[in-house]
Design a binder for this molecule. Structure first.
Ligand code: FES
Length: 105
């Protein structure tokens, strides 16, 4: 089956070392731009409680949850600091013609 790519936004609409929320149908995602100008996507809600990670703080490759300060590596989804224990689901991202695309696979 061919991978379906969904346009999220223009590449410049996310600042470096920042995150935005992207809702598609019933799914909510967090889309990150690293300080090295790479783009990543994870599920949008913290795995500890249902809080939007896009309201959190990006530090290097880490997203810090705004509620209890749990941390995840957004490049891998791996939980890095309690109370976050369960990894985030990650999604493939590509940049093409100045726009960011995500595949929900
Ligand atoms: S809701 Fe994210 S760490 Fe608790």
């Amino acid at each position: 089956m061919q991978q379906e790519w969904i346009e999220v936004c223009k590449a410049g609409e996310i600042d470096e070392e920042d995150v935005i929320r992207f809702d598609h149908g019933s799914q909510s995602l967090a889309i990150y731009r690293s300080e090295t100008d790479q783009y990543f996507a994870t599920e949008g809600f913290c795995t500890h409680e249902k809080v939007h990670l896009s309201d959190g703080l990006v530090m290097g490759s880490i997203i810090e949850c705004p509620k209890h300060n749990g941390r995840f590596d957004y490049t891998t989804g791996i939980a890095k600091k309690t109370p976050a224990c369960e990894a985030l689901k990650t999604f493939p991202v590509k940049v093409e013609n100045g726009a960011v695309f995500v595949s929900l696979g």
